[in-house]
Design a protein around this ligand. Structure first.
Ligand SMILES: [Fe+2]
Ligand SMILES: [Fe+2]
Length: 179
């Protein structure tokens, strides 16, 4: 399915971001330097790419369609996914607060980042292996095409292709700088 393929490709980008963040956390915890510019970039990548670009398509378009097709929200997989998106937002809020301090509060940044990494890795695993498989079984070819058109519409309205391009390029730079 093209919509699920797009969401899974975004998961790959998010997971690359988590791998860099994990290396940065390890550096902070072992007293090695991490550039302030990276510390400030990481929560923005998570808020603007992982949340506003990726989670928004799930919450605004995919999940409502799956609900219509009988997938449960309350007490079911969609409720769990929404809860985890919110838990991630709370971590990003704490990361941003830590970065707003002068100097940056790296201990709190590391603590919130670690929590975020754990939540999001499990979340992506569940979507890739459970929810997206359910979606592939439930949705017809026509529904996929229709959903894809809505993805494109929302992406254009919110200028998400530019967001994805910008953050993917910046991520590649931090992957090289924090090996
Ligand atoms: Fe999600
Ligand atoms: Fe996702």
């Amino acid at each position: 399915m093209r919509t699920i393929d797009l969401l899974m490709a975004e998961h790959d980008i998010i997971e690359r971001g988590l791998a860099v963040l994990e290396r940065a956390v390890r550096r902070i915890e072992s007293g090695q330097p991490v550039p302030d510019a990276y510390c400030r970039w990481a929560p923005e990548f998570l808020a603007k790419f992982a949340d506003a670009c990726h989670h928004a398509k799930e919450e605004d378009l995919l999940f409502p369609l799956l609900k219509q097709r009988g997938v449960l929200e309350q007490g079911g997989p969609i409720g769990v996914m929404l809860y985890e998106h919110d838990a991630g937002r709370d971590c990003v809020r704490r990361m941003r607060e830590a970065c707003a301090a002068e100097p940056i509060d790296k201990a709190n940044l590391a603590a919130a980042s670690k929590q975020f990494i754990t939540v999001l890795r499990q979340h992506i695993f569940k979507e890739n292996n459970i929810l997206f498989r359910m979606a592939s079984n439930l949705l017809s070819e026509e529904e996929d095409v229709e959903l894809d058109a809505r993805f494109t519409q929302v992406e254009q309205q919110r200028e998400l292709p530019a967001v994805r391009e910008r953050y993917t390029a910046e991520l590649a730079r931090w992957e090289r700088e924090i090996p």
